[in-house]
Design a protein around this ligand. Sequence first.
Ligand SMILES: [Mg+2]
Length: 261
Amino acid sequence: MINLFEKFKGFIIDLDGVIYLDKKIIPHSKKFIEYLIKTEKKYIFLTNDSTLSPDEYSEILSEQGIPCNLDQIMTPITNLLEMIKNKKIQNKDIMVFSSTKLKNYLKSLGINIIEDKNKFKKIKTIIVSGNLEFNYDDLMYASLCVQNGAKLLATSTDNTYPRKIGNVPATGSIIAAIQKTCPVSAINLGKPSKSIFNLAKKKLNIKRQDILTVGDNLNTDILGSNLSKLKSCLVLTGKTNLATAKKSKIKSDYILNNLKI
Ligand SMILES: [Mg+2]
């Protein structure tokens, strides 16, 4: 598909279902990245999965022979840091409802996290990220924080997450449960939010019309790309098949079976 790719100078590329599945490389994706490097295109990997840090993603990709530096990996946490940098979110009185691993990572980045749940009345911002440790206590305190005026930030709004046993509740379902207790809108740090695509565009430092988003998810990759007025390419190696793509109201500019060059 050189004819398509050569039209663009920068690429925003999803990971799961595009580059790898279950962290195993998808055929053609490595050659695709090699092509981008050879032709001096710029690229950024943009994933909604904040369970791993950019260092860990970089390591996984490098092990598979896909070179990328830390600046080329973006997760919803990259967007959070940008919002803090731009003072859209204050870095104080933050409570985090996530896996311990993500919480520790946020602490290592200098995020001021309040651990004592009894302080829910003074919390200004909560960050919610779906995780296996989530329990009723978390739901209760997350609800109490927003009832007392805290901003609600979500690392994604995906309702389910595919596991071997089936589709299990993801961050979006937890956000919905919080919103059932208190009608508050959530700020989505991940795709399809315009903010994360605009940040990716800013990092690429390339004109909008010269950027192609490559993803397998209509509701996140393609919708977000459309909202940000970027060209998009749906690849059918992950979440979406052709029948679903044809039925959907969300349309990509291009559809490819795979990333074969
Ligand atoms: Mg994906």
